[in-house]
Design a protein. Structure first.
Ligand SMILES: Nc1nc2c(ncn2[C@@H]2O[C@H](COP(=O)(O)OP(=O)(O)OP(=O)(O)O)[C@@H](O)[C@H]2O)c(=O)[nH]1
Ligand SMILES: [Mg+2]
Length: 380
């Protein structure tokens, strides 16, 4: 790597000098404010010192071989594989240089904007940020992109970076257990803040169980907070010819379960409250039973604010939440918050809902679906 120091009165001018001398592929390795001139520390002028580098052709061209090109390996897992052993041994300095450049860029980016990445990577970062992905996850994706950018000189192009970005996000999501193999539990509880679509989603789930699986379903509502809440669920229960039990406390809840013993599946609705107040979570814990026959879903709307969701999730994490459900995907174009919530909670999402129609507007969630939501419709 060719590395050079530039000193200029402003960052803007320093960047111009870097571009003129090292070209558009140059990366900024480090920058700092320096004092120049003056007498005995007085009248010194502030300037910007920038250390920039450009990679003339770091990977020696080799004959194609199994280890020759990282992009030519087809699988997503292989695409971010470390440099092949032969290459490490043959040119250990290249690996450490790459690590050094990454560390410097990370360090610099912690204090500055993304203008330092080569243009296609900067575009990828902009898109991740625009989607609302948290900085910590953006950094993880960018680290992988950077690694690939330096490892695969021949494969660099905006289209390739778009594909790498999708792969990197999918890889981040891959540890989450989206595919559920266990049998459906008898009791389904939906929890979550006010108005996120708990009752509507519960009706969608119950409707599908009846229409697609021919199950006999029943409902319990623990939402006695709003007068209209019971009527809302009763309307759905009537359409499905399903019994509905109302419970005000733990005794009612046990009784309701006994009354619905003959149902295959029981869907339990709860009141949306301001769960930034942990007291409401305690109330739920006292009223409901979270046993091995129960699957508990935390519902949040894709339109919500990430910080608020985090607070709510932290309070709910005292309860045994199994999976998440994300609603109102049709009301936003930003899906990064979903990625953040899944990765923070280490929980998979069971469903995404995308409209008010019961039971149609709901799809099973998957990592691929989420990646498609984030980038699928866009052209890079
Ligand atoms: N656009 C859109 N609207 C939805 C979706 N899911 C639910 N809604 C609407 O959101 C509003 C609130 O839905 P509810 O199911 O009553 O929400 P809730 O969480 O039960 O509300 P509370 O019980 O009051 O906390 C209703 O107008 C629903 O039709 C969705 O996926 N997309
Ligand atoms: Mg409700």
């Amino acid at each position: 790597m060719k590395v050079k120091k530039f000193v200029a009165p402003s960052m803007n001018e320093a960047m111009k000098m870097v571009r003129a001398e090292l070209g558009r592929d140059a990366v900024i390795l480090h920058s700092k404010v320096v004092q120049t001139g003056g007498f005995f520390g007085l009248f010194a002028k502030k300037k910007i010192e920038v250390l920039a580098g450009v990679d003339p052709d770091p990977l020696p061209r080799r004959q194609p071989s199994a280890a020759a090109s990282l992009t030519r390996q087809p699988s997503a897992a292989a695409s971010f594989a470390p440099l092949p052993a032969a290459e490490r041994e043959g040119d250990g300095s290249l690996v450490s240089e790459l690590e050094e450049v990454k560390a410097l860029i990370r360090q610099f980016n912690a204090r500055s904007s993304s203008l330092l990445y080569p243009p296609p990577l900067a575009e990828a970062e902009r898109r991740l940020v625009r989607q609302g992905m948290a900085e910590v996850y953006v950094r993880q994706v960018m680290d992988r992109l950077l690694e690939r950018w330096y490892a695969d000189k021949d494969g660099r192009s905006p289209a390739a970076v778009a594909a790498w970005t999708k792969e990197a996000v999918r890889d981040l999501l891959s540890p989450l257990p989206f595919v559920k193999t266990a049998e459906q539990k008898k009791y389904t509880i939906l929890l979550g803040p006010t108005g996120v679509g708990k009752t509507t989603t519960l009706a969608k789930m119950a409707g599908r169980a009846v229409l697609e699986q021919g199950k006999k379903v029943g409902f319990i509502t623990a939402d006695t907070y709003r007068i209209a809440a019971i009527d809302q669920l009763k309307t759905y229960a009537d359409i499905l010819h399903a019994p509905l039990e109302v419970c005000y406390n733990a005794d009612d809840f046990r009784m309701a379960k006994r009354n619905l013993a003959g149902c295959d599946l029981v869907f339990i609705d709860t009141a949306g409250r301001n769960f930034r107040n942990p007291q409401y979570v305690d109330e739920l814990q006292q009223t409901l039973e979270f046993d091995s026959e129960t699957e508990t879903f935390l519902v949040f709307a894709a339109t919500g604010k990430y910080d608020d969701m985090k607070t709510v999730y932290n309070h709910f994490s005292r309860l045994p939440i199994d999976r998440l459900i994300v609603t109102k995907l049709d009301e936003t174009d930003s899906f990064g918050t979903i990625v953040n919530m899944l990765l923070d909670s280490r929980l998979a999402a069971a469903y995404f809902t995308n409209g008010q129609n019961v039971p149609d507007d709901m799809v099973e969630a998957s990592a691929d679906r989420l990646v498609h939501l984030l980038f699928g419709a866009e052209r890079w």
